[in-house]
Ligand binder design. Structure first.
Ligand SMILES: [Zn+2]
Length: 165
């Protein structure tokens, strides 16, 4: 996803939406979330000890503080509960319209999440609309790995997009 018309931001991605800019295995214990995203899976962590499911993915269970977690799939479709749409004056680096929505995934316990909505022309989104997971590549980040030199960490991120009717 590129930034149009602003040379200084060429090939940069506005990372404020990204929970963990460094996705590499060596630096981020939530890296399976991104590996799963690359395969089109939308996942979060489930505690193997108490069964608690929390989103976003954790490294420690917020219920019982166990580190014994596994990744579990979440629905990839949901319905728009409420949304905001910025058309003018969007922050530098973002394309207009900049839409954020609370999406109802229809399952407990991760019933609702706040996400960005992309591939959606201004003025067309409505409450109750069905949206689906959209995974896209974002610019890689160079990571220094000592003697191994610098590697480029492949990166993806996600948003939701309207389901075409
Ligand atoms: Zn637990």
């Amino acid at each position: 996803m590129s930034v149009l018309g602003i040379p200084i931001l060429d090939n940069l991605y506005p990372a404020t939406m990204d929970m963990w800019p460094i996705e590499a295995k060596e630096f981020n214990r939530s890296w399976p979330f991104y590996e799963n995203l690359k395969q089109g899976r939308f996942t979060t962590t489930k505690c193997k000890d108490c069964g608690n499911v929390s989103y976003p993915p954790r490294v420690i269970c917020p219920q019982c503080y166990s580190e014994n977690l596994e990744f579990t799939d979440l629905p990839k479709k949901g319905k728009v509960v409420v949304f905001s749409e910025e058309v003018k004056g969007v922050p530098l680096g973002f394309e207009s319209p900049l839409i954020h929505a609370v999406v109802d995934l229809g399952v407990d316990p991760v019933k609702r999440l706040l996400t960005r909505i992309i591939n959606c022309p201004a003025g067309t989104l409505k409450r109750g609309d069905e949206v689906q997971l959209a995974v896209f590549d974002i610019p890689a980040i160079p990571i220094e790995k000592g003697k191994a030199g610098t590697i480029m960490a492949e990166r993806v991120f996600f948003a939701f997009e309207p389901v075409k009717k």
